[in-house]
Ligand binder design. Sequence first.
Ligand code: DGJ
Length: 728
Amino acid sequence: MSIRYDEKTRQLVLETAGTSYIMRIEETGYLKHLYYGPKVGQSDMTYPFRIYDRGFSGNPYDQRLNRAYSLDSMPQEYTSYGVGDFRINTITASYADGSRCAEYKYESHEITDGKYRIPGLPSVYDNGDNVQTLTVTLADTASNIRVRLYYGVFEDLDIITRAAEIVNAGEGTVWLRKAASVCLELPFGKWDMIHFHGRHCMERQPERVPLFHGIHTISSGRGMSSHQHNPFIILCDRGASEDSGPCYGMMMVYSGNHKTEVELDQFDGVRAVMGLNDERFRWELMPGTSFCTPEVILTYADGLTQMSHNYHRVIQNNVVRGEYKLAHRPILVNNWEATYFDFTEEKLLDIAEKAKDLGIDMFVLDDGWFRNRNDDNAGLGDWTPDRRKLPDGLDGLADKITDMGLKFGLWIEPEMVSEDSDLDRAHPDWALTAPGRAPMMARNQLVLDMSRRDVRDYLFDAISSLLKNRNITYIKWDFNRPLSDVYSNAVPAERQGEVPHRYYLGLYELYERLTSAFPHVLFEGCAGGGGRFDAGILYYSPQIWCSDNTDPISRLRIQYGTSFGYPQTTVSAHVSASPNHQTGRKTPLSTRGVVAMTGAFGYELDLTRLTEEECGEIREQIRTYRDFESVIREGRHYRLSGLEDGSRYFCWEYVSRDRGRCLLSIVVTDPLANGPSIHVRLKGLIPEAVYSVGGEFECTGSALMANGYTFTQLTGDYPALQLDIRKV
Ligand code: DGJ
């Protein structure tokens, strides 16, 4: 049993293999958070809290209480609002009389086997493994709002998921103005926050900052989880490292507007609230209806590596779905950086032929294949092939490619429409545009209103007819601009604040319909590279194009940041041309290969222009990747260099599940003449086993982990090396 209620202490205790999460039903009815961290067994966890009168922190109206009892200093599972807790809050609602206060108190709880689900939203699922759900119902009697707090306890995975459902049990309409998914309290300690910021072509850059008194906000209001701020943060002890120290992860399973606030309060307590971004949010909650928040995945671990492993495991096994979840992913060549919009069928077939010759599995046709699409100014929405570029249509091309023995994949951008398209001319009201205003243009395109059923039906039919009876086994689903002018023509004026979230309910519904109708198709997510790299998208597409920046040196940093929360199988990475198209940097083919072998491996350059020597090297890369594919895909990933080392080198390792095989990779970003040698300690090996190290020498796992490995002089332009370390 991973969840129990102890009547004596009034504690609700959630336990996973290595952690305890404890809350207490106070005599007053408030649900107090007591503890989350390493497993503590049966203990009354109230003892560290010293309750005393604190100036300017008021007390609830309750004769049983004295002046020491204040919501303003109490850690809570979900906060009240406007009644004396002045810190960041989880929920704000307004009622017909204009008041906004809410005071949530315990009403009941229930423990059930299995994992709760959230209607219409992606969430972590159980595989029949050791999972229980705790549902605690809180009530605000004056407004008759109930809040159901859901806790999914994945005992074996050291994962606790959380979500909330807000129920209007009263008779009047309630306007929800904020509804967060989770409140996590760390009442004691000194904490750093690691968050993952960035921009287009430079996503998920980790930044570690000590918390200061006040509120830190990490958010996106761009209508996408965004390149700028990933919906994932880590709170870790000041001294925490890869190997040890308390680390808490909070990751949202959502692809739209999000917000995380972390407050270090006057008493040095930390409260972190994560959920939907409330900035443009306003939801009409009619009597008898409820609203479900997206889910947040929590984990606690000793050290950043273990924390990452917890996320990798749960995403790979309990978020990603479908046939490709644990399967080999095809090595592909994508024509985007080879041709951009400028291609003929002949050119594509030349690339495909070369790809086949090199040992590649799949040819992917990117943007530019449909009518009127010679640049990015027109055509989106009209999903019919351009006969001038593809004289035999998509069927003709797909057949010719599959006849070569290659699989065929296709790019689409379903959520978008060009003003210059038949679709926009026929349905100008289908795009998000605010009345009386010229909309912001981005890439000269508009966003379709995914909250509308007719739009989704159109897209389902259009994409289905592309996929039906065709040899298409892969779809790259792109999304190339943020949401602005968010106004739906199908929603009444007073409910426009619902549109940003309804957009994602609509998107997820479409994804669900298509992935169920075409279970054999591998969907890859993309949003101008990694602008929607989140667990929500991963529920539908097992891999995501990690960044539009294919420069291996930039990619090292992007993939390093991505690895904190997301498993290598989800990271799509390609070898591209040198000089690189985004940075102009020249790098050796070998380095590009080493960096792209992170999970979903492929090529994105004009293969027909390679020299014989380069072809030989690519054949060798493909052989290496196939050899290590299962180690990379199923194995554990270890970061062997830290951010501070990144200016000089990046080093990482994949270790097979049975720990018998390891792929050690290094890229030197700044070779130093006569500099200190690069020395790393390996991780995750069997201490007593003997390993052959790249065929050079043999030694024990414990020696490699304690005494490490020294790279000798790696010189030249961004040199890279892969070492095969295997148990003898
Ligand atoms: C942005 C993607 O990230 C690229 O890989 C490519 O598919 C282009 N869009 C095509 O327009």
